[in-house]
Design a protein around this ligand. Structure first.
Ligand SMILES: NC(=O)c1ccc[n+]([C@@H]2O[C@H](COP(=O)([O-])OP(=O)(O)OC[C@H]3O[C@@H](n4cnc5c(N)ncnc54)[C@H](OP(=O)(O)O)[C@@H]3O)[C@@H](O)[C@H]2O)c1
Length: 309
């Protein structure tokens, strides 16, 4: 019966992605709060707002030691001060994920502060409406969601043992796009929604690829939060928010699966929502071969190494 209800929700999209999905599944399955995470060392990007801030709060309450990143120093300081009233105050790290030099330096600072790393959470992200390039010459949607996550994952794999975890926050929006190996959107006819969906699709494929390349660990997972009412959604998708407002999830509901994945004993390389593995295909014509995923990985690795621009 539980599986039937879950499948019916998943089939309806709105039922699954909205707070209805979270509410029904959490009650049907009697979800437990995450176990204690005392001393787990976590680097969380984009922890000053929305889903990332909610995750930071939940992880902090569970006893984890955190470094959280963001661009806006004041917002980040306010967030960590509030977190510090409950648990250990996280280290706030001002770093723009679109600048790979800041990303690399920030990672080194985080690891030095924590004395190692157990979990990397690639959460920072935004849906932008204008074409902009980064200091390294990449379109910013690609740089923030794909390149930066790739660089951090590469660095994390270098310092973590097989028990380490890399978690990435994608989006249900990724279902609309097929995987492409050339992720660089051009300025002409730039479509921020399409660039965002393509980047989110790439995050899913790259997670599968990381897991394939590291069968002995670390553990890799990619999830989507459903539709959560966050400052990001308010700014980027005001019409969507107006229409769906009453059924949007809270940021905490959006972050639940992310926090669960910090300790869940499940297979590596999968795509998750509401504590269950989900299909990566909903739209006809979006299937890709393993070759395309491997080519994307090589292309992103070359971009990350500065070999392509
Ligand atoms: N909310 C949803 O319904 C939803 C649905 C699907 C997927 N997601 C994904 O969930 C993640 C969080 O989104 P959200 O809705 O919580 O957005 P949000 O409220 O705007 O929070 C985004 C966080 O990321 C940081 N950030 C954004 N761009 C950054 C950059 N270039 N460098 C460093 N930090 C950056 C922000 O800090 P600053 O403001 O200081 O830059 C902030 O802490 C994103 O990856 C998003 O794509 C959200």
């Amino acid at each position: 019966m539980k599986d039937l209800i879950d499948s019916a929700l998943e089939f309806s999209v709105a039922g699954s992605f909205s707070r209805i999905g979270y509410w029904t599944r959490s009650r049907l399955e009697g979800w437990e709060p995450p176990p204690g995470l005392a001393g787990r060392r976590i680097l969380l990007t984009g922890g000053s707002s929305g889903v990332g801030l909610a995750a930071a709060r939940m992880l902090n309450e569970a006893g984890a030691r955190l470094v959280v990143t963001g661009r806006d120093r004041d917002k980040l300081e306010t967030a960590v001060d509030a977190l510090g009233e409950v648990g250990e105050r996280p280290l706030p790290l001002v770093a723009d994920s679109s600048d790979l030099d800041q990303v690399r330096a920030g990672f080194d600072r985080a690891v030095a502060h924590l004395g190692g790393l157990d979990v990397l959470i690639n959460n920072a992200g935004a849906l932008v409406d204008r074409y902009r390039t980064t200091p390294q010459g990449y379109e910013q949607t690609y740089a923030v969601h794909v390149l930066s996550s790739f660089v951090l994952t590469e660095q994390a794999v270098g310092v973590m043992g097989p028990e380490g975890r890399v978690l990435t926050v994608s989006s249900g929006g990724m279902y609309s796009q097929s995987l492409q190996t050339d992720m660089q959107a051009g300025e002409k006819d730039f479509d921020g929604v399409r660039a965002y969906a393509k980047a989110k699709r790439a995050q899913v494929a790259l997670t599968q690829e990381w897991a394939r390349r590291y069968p002995e660990g670390p553990f890799f997972a990619v999830m989507h939060p459903g539709w959560a009412d966050t400052p990001g959604v308010r700014t980027s998708l005001p019409t969507f928010r107006r229409v769906t407002g009453p059924i949007l999830r809270t940021p905490e509901q959006g972050a639940d699966t992310l926090v669960w994945l910090v300790s869940a004993r499940v297979p590596s390389g999968r795509f998750w929502l509401d504590r269950r593995e989900r299909t990566v295909l909903r739209v006809p014509g979006t299937r890709h071969s393993d070759d395309v995923a491997a080519q994307l990985w090589d292309r992103v690795a070359a971009d990350a190494a500065g070999l392509s621009v």
